[in-house]
Design a protein around this ligand. Structure first.
Ligand code: FAD
Length: 517
C-alpha cells in the first residue's frame, strides 16, 4: 500500500513528534524568512502566543509567525519553504482560532500562519435566489453571523460555539444540531480559494478543480490553506423556541431523537445531552428556561438517576408565533419524555447560536477556561449506540461534573460522501462528545490523568466490542492508527497528499505525515 518513491508516506512506524526532528536548521533560515517580500510581516519574539491550543496539553513553539495581509503572502511563504527543500525542517500550520485539542494547529520550530490577520477583503454578501457570503478563511463564524444578519440572512449549518474560524471548522466538518438537516458546515460551501502545499493559489468548487475542493473539506489541513470560502445562506429567523425535555430511559430518548431527524417537517435543531449524578441541574435551568407546568416540575425528582435531555429548537419570526406554537405542540405530542420535565424559552436567534460564549465568559471569570481539555468526540453508528450508552453512561463515566456530554443523531443521506471526512458506514450515526475540563480538584491536583484514562477506557471498549466507531476531530499517535481510521480511503488520502503537498509541509500537528528531508 505504498506510494512509489514516497517511503515517508507509507511507513508503518510511529509518526515522529515534532520534538524528534533533527535540529539542523541553518542559522540563516530566520533571515531568509525576513527577506521575503510581504504585505504582512513575520515575527519571532511572540511565538509563545501560538505554542498552545485550547486543549492546553502541548507547548510547542514555532520558529516564526507569519501575519499575512494577502493571499500572496501565504503563497510566497509556501513557495519559499518548498524552495528551501531538504535544507530546512520547516513545516507550516495555518492557525485559525487555535481551538484544536491536541496540538493540531501547532508547528514546532516551523511557521505558524495566523489566519485571523487575513480578514480583508471583508465579508461580502450576495443576495438572490441562492444567497451566499464570501469570507476569509481566517474569519470567525460569529462575525459572519453578525454581518449576514444585517441582510436578514444566515449560514445554515453551525457549530455549538461560534468563536472558531471558517478554515478551522471546514478542515474538520463543523457539526451541530442543524447537521441532520443541512449536513455539516463542509456540505454548505460553494467555492474555496486554496494555497496548496506547493504554494499555488487555486480556486475550486464541485465543478472546478473538484478533487482539491473535496480533499480540503474535512481534510485536516493536509492539502492546502483555505484563504477564502463561499458559504451558502438562507433567510434568518428573528427568534427561536428553545425546548428541553428529559428521559430516564435511553431507548425512548434515542427513539425520539431518531424520529425527529427522520421527518421532513420537524424542528430546526436537534441535540441532546446526558446528565449523570446532577440533581441540581433542573434548578439551574429555571433561571433561563420556564417549566411548562411549574407545579408538576417541582415534583420531579431525578433520584440520582442518569437522565437524557433532548434539546430542540424551532426558528420563527414574531408574526408566525401562532403557527410555530401549533407545530411544536404537534411534534412534542409525538414524543415520550417525562411529562413534568418540559422546559422552554424564547430567545433571539443570535443569542441561541452564540450560547456557548456566555458559558465561556463565566468560566473565564473563574479562571476555568484556560485549563487542559481532554475532549473525546466519537461518531457512533446507530446499530451500536445502545451498547455504547449502556456501558459508557452506566459503567465508565460516573459523573459529568467536569463538563457536558453531548449526544445526538444525524442523517448521513444529507451528507456529501466525497469530502475527506471519515464517518461510520451507516445512514444514521450519533455524535457523542465528552467535553470535560481538567480543573484543579480539592487536593490541588487536576484531574487530567484520570480523565485521559477514562477516555482510553471508552476507546478500548469501543474497539473490543467492535462498535465501528470513528473519532471526530481525530487524534492518533501512529500512522498505522491513521490508516485504520481512514480504512479503504487511506490510499486516496495519501495520494492526494502527494499531489497537493508533496513535501508534507502542512499541518504537522495532525501527525499524519512527516516532512520529507
Ligand atoms: P485551529 O484549531 O486553529 O485549526 C484546526 C486545524 O485546521 C489545524 O490543523 C490547522 O492547521 C487547520 N487550519 C486552520 N485554519 C486553516 C485554514 N484556513 N486552512 C487550512 N487549514 C486550517 N466542532 C464542531 O464540529 N462542532 C461543535 O459544536 C464544536 N464546538 C466546539 C466548542 C469549543 C468550545 C471548542 C474549543 C471547539 C469546538 N469544536 C466544535 C471543534 C472545532 O471545530 C475545531 O477545534 C476547529 O478546528 C477549531 O477551529 P479553529 O479556527 O480554532 O482551528
Amino acid at each position: 500500500s505504498c506510494i512509489p518513491g514516497r517511503t515517508n508516506l507509507c511507513s508503518n512506524h510511529s509518526v515522529s513528534t515534532p520534538k524528534e526532528l533533527p535540529p539542523s536548521n541553518p542559522s540563516d533560515i530566520p533571515s531568509s524568512l525576513v527577506s521575503l517580500d510581504l504585505e504582512g510581516y513575520i515575527s519571532f519574539d511572540d511565538v509563545h502566543n501560538v505554542a498552545k491550543d485550547f486543549g492546553n496539553r502541548y507547548q510547542l513553539p514555532p520558529l516564526a509567525i507569519l501575519h499575512p495581509r494577502s493571499v500572496s503572502d501565504i503563497s510566497s511563504m509556501m513557495k519559499h519553504i518548498v524552495h528551501l527543500g531538504s535544507t530546512s525542517n520547516l513545516t507550516v500550520a495555518a492557525r485559525g482560532h487555535g481551538h484544536s485539542l491536541q496540538g493540531q494547529a501547532l508547528a514546532h520550530q516551523g511557521v505558524v500562519i495566523k489566519m485571523e490577520s487575513l480578514t480583508s477583503p471583508d465579508i461580502r454578501i450576495y443576495k438572490g435566489k441562492q444567497p451566499y457570503v464570501d469570507v476569509s478563511g481566517g474569519e470567525l463564524w460569529i462575525n459572519i453571523l453578525r454581518e449576514t444578519l444585517k441582510y436578514g440572512l444566515s449560514p445554515k449549518s453551525w457549530t455549538d460555539y461560534l468563536h472558531l474560524t471558517v478554515g478551522g471548522t471546514l478542515s474538520n466538518a463543523g457539526i451541530s444540531g442543524q447537521a441532520f438537516k443541512h449536513g455539516p458546515q463542509i456540505n454548505n460551501v460553494y467555492q474555496l480559494e486554496i494555497v496548496t502545499g506547493k504554494g499555488e493559489v487555486v480556486t475550486c468548487s464541485e465543478k472546478k478543480n473538484s478533487e482539491l475542493f473535496f480533499s480540503v473539506l474535512g481534510g485536516l489541513g493536509q492539502f492546502g490553506i483555505i484563504t477564502r470560502a463561499r458559504i451558502s445562506l438562507e433567510p434568518a429567523p428573528q427568534m427561536v423556541k428553545w425546548i428541553r425535555v428529559l428521559y430516564s430511559d435511553f431507548s425512548a430518548f434515542s427513539r425520539d431523537q431518531e424520529h425527529l431527524i427522520s421527518k421532513e417537517k420537524t424542528f430546526d435543531y436537534v441535540e441532546g445531552f446526558v446528565i449523570i449524578n446532577r440533581t441540581d441541574l433542573l434548578n439551574n435551568w429555571r433561571s433561563s428556561f420556564s417549566p411548562n407546568d411549574s407545579t408538576q416540575a417541582s415534583r420531579f425528582k431525578s433520584d440520582g438517576k442518569t437522565l437524557y435531555c433532548l434539546e430542540v429548537v424551532k426558528y420563527f419570526n414574531p408574526e408566525e408565533a401562532n403557527s410555530m406554537h401549533q407545530e411544536t405542540g404537534k411534534l412534542l405530542s409525538e414524543l415520550n419524555y417525562i411529562p413534568s420535565t418540559l422546559f422552554s424559552s424564547e430567545v433571539p436567534y443570535i443569542e441561541f447560536l452564540d450560547r456557548v460564549h456566555i458559558a465561556e465568559r463565566k468560566l473565564r471569570a473563574k479562571g476555568l477556561w484556560e485549563v487542559p481539555h481532554p475532549w473525546l468526540n466519537l461518531l457512533i453508528p446507530k446499530s451500536s449506540i445502545y451498547q455504547f450508552a449502556t456501558e459508557v453512561f452506566n459503567n465508565i463515566l460516573t459523573s459529568n461534573n467536569n463538563g457536558p456530554i453531548l449526544i445526538y443523531p444525524v442523517n448521513q443521506s444529507k451528507w456529501n460522501k466525497q469530502t475527506s471526512l471519515i464517518t461510520p458506514n451507516e445512514d444514521i450515526f450519533y455524535l457523542v462528545a465528552l467535553l470535560p475540563s481538567a480543573v484543579p480538584n480539592s487536593s490541588g491536583k487536576n484531574d487530567l490523568e484520570y480523565l485521559l484514562k477514562q477516555n482510553q477506557r471508552v476507546i478500548s471498549f469501543c474497539a473490543a466490542a467492535n462498535l465501528n466507531v470513528k473519532q471526530y476531530l481525530p487524534h492518533y499517535e501512529t500512522q498505522q492508527e491513521w490508516k485504520s481510521h481512514f480504512g479503504n480511503r487511506w490510499e486516496t488520502f495519501a495520494e492526494r497528499k502527494h499531489a497537493y503537498d508533496p513535501l508534507a509541509i502542512l499541518a504537522p500537528g495532525q501527525r499524519i505525515f512527516q516532512k520529507t528531508r
